[in-house]
Design a protein around this ligand. Structure first.
Ligand code: NDP
Length: 280
């Protein structure tokens, strides 16, 4: 079997077109503010891409770039000002933050109705309670990809590799809400390969280059590779050994060009949802 490719670029482009079309009918421009602290180079690229994508769909978007020496109190004051600004619908504080700032306290300070990353404990709790409001962008993007791929979710055995707050846990909640039977595997799981082999839907989010081998994949499975890993030779690979896995899977996402483009598209979707909810 050679797996069908799930084209994240195409699905993301369609989502973005739909968002732009809806924004063009609104009497206001949804407002997004991305806050970046310090000079982490990868963050710089992410923030620029988010800002550009937001401008392209017609949002009122801006980046606030604060110096590395910004104190936690100063950052909290900026977040507080954005919380109170009626023109701002979505606030995103780019992670990682410098070590002297407690990310948890900053995330908890964002007004939950403007938390377009979906990381605020209230939004995480609502998702866990089965009442999703603003959902983390990457797992939300994975759900779009699964639906676009035609995967049957209800009743399917789904395995999520990884249990982080930003990917694994919310991913498991979303699959559960879609009526999958969900297993969450992690670094303490006894036999990862055996857990993966039972998956009809496998979502890998561990951050270990090509850890998931071809013989971990059940014939006919749908494989979503969230991992983004840069190898010493400069190549970008996922958490799944793509060629090997493609020999077993029915459908698979590439890296790059799979989940990556969906994350930004879902940030735009969350911002539009936040704007509609706030402004009626
Ligand atoms: P974290 O490091 O926060 O979490 C990794 C998870 O994988 C943990 O739950 C950890 O288990 C588990 N894990 C690590 N090593 C192993 C192992 N050897 N065997 C089994 N489980 C393991 O990472 P993130 O969730 O933030 O990100 C995961 C990957 O997804 C990364 O490659 C990241 O770059 C990528 N990513 C991609 C995005 C995109 O837009 N495409 C967005 C966000 C992330 P434990 O909890 O036990 O430590």
């Amino acid at each position: 079997m050679t797996a069908r490719l799930i084209d994240g670029k195409a699905v993301a482009a369609e989502l973005r077109r739909g968002i732009a079309a809806r924004v063009s009918t609104l009497p206001f421009r949804p407002g997004l503010r991305v806050v970046r602290v310090g000079e982490d180079p990868a963050s710089g690229v992410y923030v620029r891409n988010k800002d550009k994508a937001a401008q392209e769909v017609g949002f009122d978007s801006a980046t606030l770039h604060l110096p590395q020496a910004t104190t936690e109190a100063e950052l909290l004051a900026v977040v507080g000002r954005l919380n109170g600004d009626p023109a701002v619908d979505g606030i995103l504080v780019q992670l990682p933050l410098p070590a002297h700032i407690a990310a948890d306290r900053v995330i908890a300070a964002v007004a939950p109705e403007k938390d377009v990353d979906g990381f605020h404990p209230l939004n995480a709790g609502l998702l866990a309670a089965g009442q999703p409001r603003l959902v983390p962008c990457t797992p939300k993007g994975v759900m779009h990809l699964l639906r676009a791929s035609g995967a049957v979710l209800a009743g399917a055995r789904a395995v999520v590799l990884g249990r982080s707050q930003i990917v694994g846990r919310p991913m498991a909640q979303l699959l559960l809400a879609a009526d999958c039977t969900v297993t969450v595997a992690h670094s303490r799981t006894r036999d990862l390969a055996a857990e993966c082999r039972r998956a009809e839907i496998l979502v890998a989010a561990v951050g270990r280059p090509e850890m998931v081998r071809g013989d971990w994949i059940a014939d006919g499975a749908t494989v979503i590779d969230v991992g983004i890993n840069r190898l010493a030779d400069g190549r970008l690979v996922g958490d799944v050994a793509f060629e090997e896995a493609s020999a077993h899977a029915e459908a698979i996402t590439p890296v790059p060009g799979g989940v990556g483009p969906m994350t930004i598209a879902c940030l735009l979707e969350n911002t539009l949802e936040a704007a509609m909810a706030r402004r009626g």
